[in-house]
Design a protein around this ligand. Structure first.
Ligand SMILES: *Cc1c(COP(=O)(O)O)cnc(C)c1O
Length: 378
């Protein structure tokens, strides 16, 4: 007799890790707000997307390959991997392409974690880390972050706490620099000290999604660190400053040995042809990156100044977003802002119930947000 499954009980059949999963909550899409509240022309400052839009070079390049999408993409991403290798003065064997850098985060957990293992990450860190760890049934060792009244980096990663969270079962440590949703960061010297304290049998995943927005003097020395720390995997994305979030393309930089391991678990065609082509073209547009970074700096100053005038505390940030303490229920305020056509990100799911995370937009969008915020707080 085959076992009978009662409808609604399939969850019991899912793996223990999956049973306990809560899905990732993305920023609210503009179309959804339009549908739900009938609001026209909303502003979305919720997913750290680049308000400038993609590079014109990327758009042109995609148009050219569009008629060829009947063909499978180059699974190895030869042209993009070679270009990235050149850019970082490394070998193509050091590069692993991902369907967004989230794909890489997942590849690492699938390659290195079992239910007997654990991964370390900080409180208030990127929401994808607990999900990918839980999905493979591994344990999360969550390190305490710096307290809210910390002098330099409130709610930032505390390297000593992260080291203490490593135990015999630990195989991966995730470090987001700068971190999302806080925007906080560690200096290269602090990171290097942290890496030195991590056992070599623990894979260090350094998530560099916002690295292009960082001040020059604290950008990571990618090549040097790769030579110094064989257990280091640095992830990068085309979703943020390169403005290709919709295409899903990212990559990691690691030893050839680790790249080979990741390559064993990835889908053969994990990155699509349009994404590969757009990424290659985007790498030729330094001007687009410069403009994006400049727009972000100006927007950051404007928002910080506005918050100061409104007597709201905000966290220091090196990303294209800023988290502000609204001194009330963030979710309720988020709802009020929605009704004014402004979508930001509530971060209660990050255990920051009185904060909102705002993506730094174009000047007009930032102004509209501040206007709506003043109205909502009045
Ligand atoms: C946005 C973000 C990413 C990028 O994800 P993609 O899958 O490349 O779009 C990675 N890490 C962090 C911390 C992020 O905020």
């Amino acid at each position: 007799m085959p076992a009978m499954i009662v409808k609604g009980s399939f969850l019991q059949l899912a793996t223990p890790g999956v049973q306990q999963l809560t899905p990732y909550q993305p920023g609210k899409p503009v179309e959804e707000l339009e549908r739900e509240l009938g609001i026209t022309n909303p502003v979305k400052l919720a997913s750290n997307e680049n308000p400038l839009g993609p590079s014109p070079l990327a758009l042109e390049a995609i148009a050219e390959v569009l008629p060829s999408i009947n063909f499978y993409p180059d699974g190895a991403g030869f042209v993009l991997s070679n270009k990235l290798a050149q850019l970082h003065e490394l070998e193509p064997a050091n590069i692993t392409l991902g369907n967004g850098s989230n794909d890489i985060l997942e590849l690492v957990t699938r390659a290195f974690l079992t239910p007997q293992h654990s991964a370390v990450f900080s409180e208030y860190s990127f929401a994808v880390y607990p999900i990918v760890v839980q999905a493979v049934g591994a344990k999360a060792n969550v390190a305490k972050a710096y307290p809210e009244n910390h002098q330099d980096m409130p709610l930032g990663h505390d390297p000593d706490a992260m080291l203490s969270a490593i135990d015999e079962s630990t195989r991966i440590i995730f470090i987001a620099n700068p971190n999302n949703p806080t925007g906080t960061w560690l200096t290269p010297a602090a990171l290097e000290r942290l890496f030195q304290g991590i056992p070599e049998n623990v894979i260090i995943v350094l998530d560099l999604a916002y690295t292009e927005y960082m001040d020059e003097e604290i950008k990571p020395p990618v090549k040097k660190w790769l030579q110094q720390f064989p257990n280091l995997v640095m992830t990068r994305t085309f979703s943020k400053v390169y403005a290709l979030a919709g295409l899903r393309i990212g990559y990691s930089i690691s030893s050839a040995e680790i790249a080979d391991i990741l390559n064993r678990v990835r889908q053969p065609f994990n990155t699509n042809s349009l994404a590969q082509t757009a990424a290659v073209a985007s790498l030729d547009d330094d001007d687009h990156v410069r403009k994006s970074v400049a727009m972000n700096s100006a927007g950051k100053s404007f928002l910080q100044q506005s918050f100061t005038e409104m007597q709201l505390d905000y966290l220091p940030t090196m990303g294209n977003f800023i988290s502000v303490n609204v001194k009330q229920d963030g979710l309720a305020l988020y709802q009020k802002l929605l009704r004014q056509g402004v979508i930001v990100r509530p971060v209660a799911n990050y255990a920051m119930p009185e904060y909102l995370r705002i993506t730094i937009g174009a000047q007009k969008q930032n102004e509209r947000f501040i206007e709506a915020l003043k109205q909502s707080l009045a």
